[in-house]
Design a protein around this ligand. Structure first.
Ligand SMILES: Nc1ncnc2c1ncn2[C@@H]1O[C@H](COP(=O)(O)OP(=O)(O)O)[C@@H](O)[C@H]1O
Ligand SMILES: [Mg+2]
Length: 250
């Protein structure tokens, strides 16, 4: 299934409503000019633009595989918005993030994750997280929401930890990923080998390129667009990630 957009919608932020302090990336709830509310991840926050690349690129790959992820938009932020903000830390964050930031459609009234979850969906999410080396789907920090009686995946800023280092990203593609053992859905998941048979054939080279094309040029700092594409392509075709996840599940 390829339901990914060809371009991300861009909205303009009109108000910073509320900090969402649970997470590490200082996300905030913002109102935009389309009357929507978005969870915004700021370019000026700790891990900078690389975490935003990760959110868009890996998030849109997830969407193209049919995984349930809220809409991702680009949020244009005018520096003037910071003037209305009383908290100096947030004012600094807004000021250093003028321009394009990342927004995720806010799911109002979403609950934290709790079972049940279909075994095939849990396996698909584990498979995806081991493909993209997502360290952030643990029991302590599940980054799953329940909304409208469905499970949604959020927060793909901590995929591919190697993106914060200097080595070419394709170096990480064949590496083991022992942290998959901490995945919150392992005990709910059906066969990861079956998930691999379902999902690997769906993820075409074109879909990987299309997801990368959605990331704004200015967010690529340490590693370029092609490196991200090469990483996924190489890991998908040669990485033993599905076997590793299946091993820790059983
Ligand atoms: N789309 C959303 N709808 C509703 N709540 C959300 C959404 N995205 C994030 N949240 C809430 O905000 C918290 C922090 O967001 P998250 O994306 O996990 O950021 P961080 O990188 O800081 O962990 C989440 O744990 C969740 O409670
Ligand atoms: Mg989080």
């Amino acid at each position: 299934m390829d339901s990914s957009p060809k371009v991300l919608r861009t909205v303009t932020a009109i108000r910073y409503a509320l900090p969402l302090r649970e997470g590490g990336s200082l996300p905030g709830l913002m109102e935009a000019d389309d009357d929507g509310l978005y969870v915004v991840k700021f370019r000026g926050a700790g891990q900078g633009a690389a975490a935003l690349v990760s959110e868009v690129f890996f998030g849109e790959i997830a969407r193209s595989l049919g995984l349930p992820i809220p809409e991702i938009v680009l949020v244009d932020l005018d520096v003037d918005i910071s003037a209305a903000e009383g908290d100096p830390e947030i004012q600094d964050l807004l000021r250093s993030s003028a321009g394009l930031n990342l927004g995720i459609d806010f799911l109002p009234g979403a609950f934290p994750f709790a079972p049940p979850i279909a075994r095939a969906l849990a396996a698909d999410i584990v498979w995806f997280d081991s493909l993209v080396m997502n360290v952030d789907r643990t029991a302590k920090n599940p980054n799953l929401l329940r909304w409208h009686n469905q499970v949604w995946i959020i927060d793909h800023g901590a995929c591919l930890p190697a993106q914060h280092g200097d080595d070419p990203l394709s170096d990480a593609a064949l590496r083991e990923f022992p942290r998959i053992a901490d995945h919150v859905l392992l005990k709910h998941a059906g066969s990861i080998a079956d998930a691999h048979s379902r999902l690997a054939p769906l993820l075409s080279a074109e879909m990987i390129r299309d997801a990368a094309a959605l990331v704004p040029d200015s967010w690529f700092i340490k590693h370029g667009r092609e490196e991200y594409i090469d990483f996924v392509q190489k890991r998908l075709s040669s990485g033993p990630f599905a076997e590793e996840a299946e091993r820790v599940r059983s």
